[in-house]
Design a protein around this ligand. Sequence first.
Ligand code: MLC
Ligand code: AMP
Length: 538
Amino acid sequence: MANELFDGLLGASPDSAPDITPDTAPDIAAPDAARNEAAPFARCPDGRVFSYADTRAASAQFAHVLTAYGVRKGDRVAVQVSKSIEAVFLYLGCIRIGAVFLPLNTAYTPAEVSYFLNDARPAVFICDPGHAATLREVAETAGARLETMGGAGSPNAGSPNAGSSNKGSVMAAAHAAPTRINTTPCAADDLAAILYTSGTTGRSKGAMLSHGNLLSNALTLRELWRFTADDVLLHALPIFHTHGLFVAINTCLVARASMVVLPAFDLDDVLRHLPTTTAMMGVPTFYTRLLGDDRFSRDAAAHMRLFISGSAPLLAETHIQFEERTGQKILERYGMTETNMNTSNPYDGERRAGTVGFPLPGVEVRICDAGTGATLRDGEIGVLEVRGPNVFSGYWQMPEKTAEEFRPDGFFITGDMARQDADGYIHIVGRSKDLIISGGYNIYPKEIELVLDDEDGVLESADIGTPHPDFGEAVVAVLVAEKNGLDLDALTASINAKLARFKQPKRIELVDELPRNTMGKVQKNILRDRYADSFTNG
Ligand code: MLC
Ligand code: AMP
């Protein structure tokens, strides 16, 4: 049996090939004659270039290391490390042995990491060397072996001495490991990854994604967006979420395209590397930041084949400004951690501002009454539901939550409110879930409210998202203080240890009481109106 995802991404490996060590002359002959193993896959800003053969070899090295740590098929491998090409190879190594990749946002605090590790019970937790002292106890309590991995610096297949010694235990071990391995067979419904998404109850849920979910979506996107071996993707997204990890990397791999791998979105870096690329994927903040810089001109974008936006609504205004500036239309698509990508504007046809286009081939989308589940007529607003090979199988160890979010006929209830216009374009018009999306990161108010309500001096709290010129939406916390007062400095220091920075309120408002309806429910719409100008008025 093949390994559905790894073989799909990189081409089938010669299972019978013997392992070789770095001391043996590398002989990574193309296992799949149709694919050029010498073609570049990743270009790093420091000048290093990794071919597809290097990628295959490095994935084998990481696969050996994980195996030596005792990781077996189905075991979780939790990873909270800086973005690097080696972290991408680690992901591929994990898939290759049938383990379940579990990436974590680098902004998560030890308290947040502790929740994920205790819930997922990974065999290994790999963190930045600088965080090992703080996270060792967290890992041990959750029964995970702690290992470390730094940023750039590679085991570099074919160049055995290229690795450096201060890059953590995983890199050191990978550097010494053989560059071939027998890939573990995995079927389409075997688990490939668990990605945590927060929930309206404040408890994060692990979305279980299978080999088949990931591969089917990558193949669809390659065709739809016309990715080929001639493409070079500018990769400035984080690699711990669906967008940067699966949409960007998997689509490039199945197309034999290459990527320029930037550590993060830095405007100067992006503008410097743009001329060497053909396509870019980003959250709306990337595009508003580019538009805010005069260096981003029609000329600077002229050679680009495609700009794609997703993870948060792209304002029609941004779409229009972008076209005015560059003469090109951003292609907006819509997806979710649980479902990968669901809809996309067309490559050739009209890319309509303010819409997320049409259902992807093979993906069924319907718009339903949120209460009854009845399918609505064209043009009516309802909750968007989706079914297809891209849709996850459920939440890790939460069968009840899973059951709540699926219809009996297998459609997943996204919680996004949508309508389909007369031409079939889907418009996301809001959310039935209480969710804030800030700079492409999801923030569930309930999670912040639970933390704030627990703080000294806070009687109760309500968190809302209000328009923000850079992040699209940003968090405003509305607090009612206890009678004996509230020390705001102590409060911010305290939540700093509990919540990732991007989730922390960018503004705190103190009020005497929260507006409530007759049922006693906080009227967040009133708060959203009241504080709508928090970030946009000067
Ligand atoms: C950083 N900060 C944020 C933030 N990012 N606050 C709110 N929302 C965010 N997204 C904080 C920083 O900690 C800092 O706090 C301050 O804001 C300013 O930081 P910055 O230097 O301006 O931010 P930067 O590091 O440039 O990051 C912004 C960003 C980044 C937009 C480039 O957030 C990013 O890469 N977002 C992409 C998210 C993503 O990949 N989403 C895909 C999810 S998958 P302070 O107080 O210390 O100054 C998904 C499915 C799908 O949704 O459909 O794709
Ligand atoms: P996540 O759980 O981080 O994967 O975020 C998924 C959510 O992001 C979706 O449920 C939508 O609410 C939102 N989203 C993703 N793409 C778009 C888009 N193009 N327009 C509007 N919302 C989007």
